[in-house]
Design a protein around this ligand. Structure first.
Ligand code: SF4
Length: 331
């Protein structure tokens, strides 16, 4: 687990500052709120984990940062500042040329299957270099080899087709492809969910190495809070489009304050523990409807009258630690 702590109140010029982002999707059932007033910062070299169930808004946030939201999405407000520059100051072409992949790269969920099956791995890793840098084929090949080596793949992988590689190797190829343009921030959306536990551990070790070696900032999106704690300095727990809890990973793990975070941690299976992991009863609210009170209230074992009618703000629970729960205020 990391030890570095980053927080908007003490970080005057973070690498990434996300402020009050809200967005929804038009669906046949009506407008669906995906992200609701979310703010956080990520410092250079820091790893932030965004944790929560499917539909919590994690991937939508990532797509917002990459400016790759689908057409039925509407951004209702908020700003994204990268390296001190407001993302809105770039038009689409300038953002594609100067920011996306060059400064902020992403490994998409399920992307292992998206590698082109009829193009050799080396050519696919060279592709971003050829598209964005004015370098020769030879120089691009040399860079591609360097990055394949960095993700600990043998050099012969360069000449292989994706179907000749295991799932873990394909995921490494994708990580290499995302890094060749030397971005400062890498977003990983459920990067290990399709892999078995042993390969998952290897990829996590490797990501930790890359973070240290390259001084890479990471946003690590996962439903698995234990996995996030393995690499992240800071964890943001998302529920129903909002941050439920945000703080240093070490504190979230050892002293979770939000009942949802507590249940997420209790649902993690542990070795040498006789007690069965707990499951979280119920399901997240319908995000096409009007939400009243605390969004977690129908599933919360500690809900009381106020939770039915008033939604809590993020309340300070300790140094750099905020929690969206009335219990924290009432303590
Ligand atoms: Fe539970 Fe109330 Fe806290 Fe919401 S505000 S998490 S319902 S105790």
């Amino acid at each position: 687990m990391g030890t570095k702590v980053c927080w908007c109140a003490v970080t005057s010029s973070p690498l990434l500052r996300v402020s009050n982002i809200s967005l929804s999707y038009r669906t046949q059932a009506g407008d669906l709120t995906a992200v609701d007033d979310v703010s956080f910062v990520v410092d250079a070299g820091e790893a932030l984990g965004l944790v929560g169930e499917s539909g919590a808004g994690k991937s939508s946030l990532a797509l917002t940062l990459m400016r790759l939201l689908p057409r039925n999405a509407t951004l209702h407000g908020g700003t994204v500042e990268f390296d001190g520059v407001d993302s809105a100051s770039y038009d689409d072409n300038a953002f594609r040329r100067e920011v996306r992949w060059q400064n902020i790269a992403m490994v998409f969920q399920g992307a292992m299957e998206a590698l082109n099956p009829v193009v050799k791995v080396g050519s696919q890793v060279m592709e971003p270099l050829r598209a964005h840098r004015r370098i020769s084929r030879r120089e691009a090949a040399s860079e591609a080899h360097r990055y394949l080596e960095l993700v600990r793949l043998p050099s012969e992988v360069f000449q292989r087709y994706p179907h000749e590689l295991s799932g873990g190797m394909r995921q490494r190829v994708l990580i290499a492809m995302s890094l060749v343009l030397q971005p400062k921030l890498l977003i990983l959306d459920e990067p290990t969910s399709a892999l078995d536990v042993t390969i998952q551990a290897q990829i996590m070790d490797q990501l930790k190495d890359l973070k240290e070696q390259l001084g890479l900032a990471i946003i690590f999106i996962t439903h698995d809070i234990a996995l996030a704690s393995d690499i992240c300095d800071t964890i943001g727990v998302m529920y129903a489009g909002r941050l439920a809890e945000l703080g240093p990973a070490v504190r979230i793990l050892n002293k979770p304050e939000h009942p949802y975070t507590q249940l997420l941690l209790a649902s993690v299976p542990r070795l040498h523990q006789e007690e069965q992991p707990k499951f979280i009863p119920g399901s997240p609210p319908d995000m096409t409807g009007t939400l009243t009170g605390c969004r977690f209230q129908p599933r919360c074992p500690y809900a009381f009258q106020r939770c039915l009618v008033e939604e809590p703000p993020l309340i300070a629970a300790g140094p750099y630690h905020r929690v969206r729960c009335w219990l924290v205020e009432d303590r």
